[in-house]
Design a protein around this ligand. Structure first.
Ligand SMILES: [Zn+2]
Length: 163
């Protein structure tokens, strides 16, 4: 019978629907796995409020793990946990490095709240690492990202907003 750690390893095989280079464990979406002899419960926390991806994530977890749980005679449930609220600080350093390699400027620390007050934070270009970037739109390809352009290499890119 698989342990909670085993299930956590399996969950690392579930990609974030919006950022496929990251899995839902690296994103900090998976809060915990609780096992009993009859059941496996996965607690997940939504990232940005209103991010439509949570339904897709819960669906992916059920689709991939329910058959495995059934083989062990266990039921699998996915619970949404809203407190404490997810913050970008839950992204691991490794996850931030992957984001940048993927072409998305990673979020800074949430102590830098300027992005929320409307003042553009300094964001590093993920391609040439220049700090001379400008905010094009507060909403990029999804509501979770702001759209930027680099003034040095002209590369347009998304910045994962800091919350
Ligand atoms: Zn650049």
């Amino acid at each position: 019978m698989r342990s909670a750690d085993d299930w956590l390893s399996l969950l690392q095989g579930v990609p974030d629907p919006e950022i496929p280079v990251l899995n839902i464990v690296e994103m900090g979406i998976v809060r915990s796995v609780t096992c009993s002899h009859e059941s496996v419960q996965v607690d997940i926390t939504p990232t940005y409020m209103g991010c439509p991806a949570m339904d897709a994530i819960a669906y992916d977890i059920r689709t991939q793990l329910t058959p495995l749980a059934s083989l062990e005679g266990r039921g699998l449930t996915v619970e949404l946990v809203y407190a404490p609220a997810w913050t970008t600080d839950w992204l691991s350093d490794g996850a931030k490095a992957k984001l940048e390699a993927y072409g998305i400027a990673p979020p800074g620390k949430t102590t830098d709240k300027r992005a929320l007050s409307g003042e553009a934070p300094s964001v590093r270009c993920p391609k040439c690492k220049s700090g001379k970037t400008e905010l094009v739109s507060l909403f990029g390809s999804t509501a979770c990202k702001a759209h930027y352009r680099c003034n040095d290499c002209s590369e347009p890119f998304d910045h994962f907003k800091c919350i």
